[in-house]
Design a protein around this ligand. Structure first.
Ligand code: NIG
Ligand code: FE
Length: 414
C-alpha cells in the first residue's frame, strides 16, 4: 500500500463542518490532504478478503494546512486550484441505447413530455448486445468522472422484461457501479396497457426476484398524470414488494403533477423522493417531518430539458427539507451528465446559494444514497476528490458551461 500527499490546494472545501472555518462547507485555504492505503502502482487494486475481491480505494488520513502536512510516499501538487469532494450523482439512468434527439427537438416546439418516449429507449436497449450496453455505460461513467462525479447511482428501467432488467443490473455491477436501482416499474409496457395489474404482478414477482441480487435499491415512477407510469396504489404495491425483498427504497414522485409520490415515499421511509417539481403544502410538511430519513432530490436538468417550472429549492431549504441535486441523466428528460450544469441551474433558477448547491451535490447526494463515506473529505472518508481549475467553488456556477471540474486521479506514477 502507498500514500499520497495532495498539496498546494488554494481552497479546500471539505463539506465537513468540524474542519476549517467550521461552516457547513468546512473550508480551508492553502491546505493539503494525505490519502493512505492506496494500491501501489502496477499492483492489483483488489485484495482478497474471505474469498471475495474487495477493491482497495484508500482513505483520507489527514487534512490541514499545507505547511504542516506530514510526509507521504508521493506528492501531488494541484498548484493553487480549488478541491471539493467528488460529486455524488444520486439519480441517473445510464443503462440505455438509442437516441431521442428528435423528441427533444419536438418538445422545444411545444410538445409536452408524458413518458411515452421511454418505449423508444426500451426498444433500442433490448436490441443492443451486452457488449454495446456495457460500452455505453462505461463511456457515460467516464464522461461523468471527467466532470467531477465520483459516485453514481444507475437504474434499470429500459428493459421491462425479466431478462432485460436483470441484464441491465448485472452489467452495471460488472462495470463497478455500487449504487444499482431496480426500476422495472418505470412504465407499463404497451402490451400490458389493458392488463396493468399483470405487469405489476410481473414486476413484484419474477422480475424482482431475479433482479434483487444485483440491486441495492427499488424505485417506481409514480405519476398518475401519465398513462404510462404508475398511480399511488400501484406504486405502493411495487415499493412494499421491493422492501420485502430486502431493497431500500427511492421514488420518482411529483414530476408532472402534485401526485401521491412524495407522501408515499415519506410514509414508507424511502431514502429519497426525486423530482418534487409539483408540491402541495402537505407534501412539503411531509418532507419536513421526514427530513432525517427522506431526501428531496431535485433534478433541474429535467425542468430545463422539458421546459417546466423549476422546483422552489429556496422554500424547501427554508422549511427544513433535506435537499439533494442530481442530473437524472437519461435519454428523455435530461441527456446531461453534468453536475456543474445542475449546480449552475440550481443557483440561477432555484434560489440556492453556490454553497448550498455544492452541499446538495456532495453531502446531499450521499444522504440520498445513505452513504457516509462519500460527499465529504473528513478523516476516514473515501478519497474522492474533484479539482476545479478555479480559485473557489463559487466558480462552479459563476463559470457556467466551462469544463472546470474533473475527478482527481490519485494513482501514483509507476
Ligand atoms: O426521471 N420520469 C421517469 N423517468 C425518467 C425519464 C425517462 C425517459 O424519458 O426516458 C425521469 O425523468
Ligand atoms: Fe429519473
Amino acid at each position: 500500500m502507498t500514500s499520497v500527499l495532495v498539496t498546494d490546494i488554494g481552497e479546500l472545501v471539505t463539506c465537513d463542518p468540524t474542519l476549517g472555518d467550521e461552516s457547513a462547507l468546512g473550508i480551508l485555504h492553502d491546505a493539503a490532504i494525505v490519502v493512505t492505503d492506496l494500491p501501489e502502482p502496477g499492483v492489483s487494486a483488489y485484495r482478497m478478503i474471505e474469498g471475495e475481491a474487495v477493491p482497495q480505494r484508500g482513505s483520507v488520513a489527514w487534512v490541514g494546512p499545507a505547511a504542516q502536512a506530514p510526509a507521504a510516499d508521493h506528492v501531488l501538487s494541484v498548484e493553487g486550484r480549488c478541491v471539493v469532494p467528488g460529486f455524488v450523482d444520486s439519480h441517473a439512468h445510464l443503462m440505455f441505447a438509442g437516441d431521442r434527439g428528435a423528441e427533444f427537438a419536438a418538445r422545444m416546439t411545444g410538445q409536452p413530455y408524458d413518458g411515452g418516449g421511454i418505449a423508444v429507449s426500451v426498444a433500442a436497449t433490448r436490441a443492443a448486445s451486452d457488449d454495446e450496453l456495457l460500452d455505453l455505460l462505461i463511456y457515460r461513467l467516464a464522461e461523468m468522472r471527467a466532470q467531477g462525479t465520483t459516485t453514481v447511482e444507475v437504474k434499470s428501467g429500459y428493459g421491462l422484461t425479466v431478462e432485460d432488467e436483470v441484464r441491465a443490473l448485472r452489467l452495471a455491477v460488472e462495470a463497478g457501479v455500487e449504487e444499482t436501482t431496480f426500476l422495472g416499474a418505470h412504465v407499463v409496457p404497451a402490451v400490458y396497457r389493458d392488463r396493468r395489474s399483470d405487469y405489476v404482478d410481473l414486476v413484484t414477482g419474477p422480475m424482482l426476484q431475479a433482479c434483487a441480487p444485483y440491486a441495492v435499491w427499488g424505485d417506481v415512477f409514480c405519476e398518475p398524470a401519465s398513462a404510462h407510469a404508475f398511480d399511488g396504489d400501484e406504486a405502493r404495491v411495487v415499493l412494499e414488494a421491493c422492501r420485502d425483498a430486502g431493497l431500500e427504497l427511492r421514488v420518482h414522485g411529483n414530476q408532472l403533477s402534485a401526485g401521491p409520490g412524495v407522501q408515499l415515499a415519506c410514509e414508507l421511509g424511502a431514502a429519497s423522493v426525486d423530482h418534487c417539481t409539483y408540491l402541495t403544502p402537505a407534501d412539503v410538511d411531509a418532507l419536513v417531518d421526514s427530513a432525517a430519513t427522506t431526501t428531496a432530490t431535485l433534478l433541474p436538468g429535467v425542468e430545463f430539458s422539458t421546459r417546466s417550472p423549476y422546483p422552489d429549492a429556496r422554500a424547501l431549504l427554508d422549511a427544513g427539507v433535506s435537499v439533494a441535486l442530481a442530473t437524472d441523466c437519461n435519454p428523455g428528460t435530461c441527456y446531461s451528465s453534468s453536475i456543474p450544469f445542475v449546480v449552475a441551474l440550481a443557483v440561477r433558477e432555484m434560489g440556492m446559494t453556490p454553497g448550498e448547491a455544492l452541499l446538495a451535490v456532495t453531502r446531499g447526494g450521499a444522504q440520498a444514497l445513505r452513504r457516509y463515506d462519500v460527499g465529504h473529505l473528513g478523516v476516514g472518508a473515501r478519497p474522492d476528490l474533484a479539482v476545479l481549475d478555479a480559485p473557489s467553488y463559487v466558480h462552479l456556477s459563476y463559470r457556467a458551461g466551462v469544463p472546470i471540474a474533473t475527478a482527481l486521479d490519485l494513482t501514483p506514477p509507476a
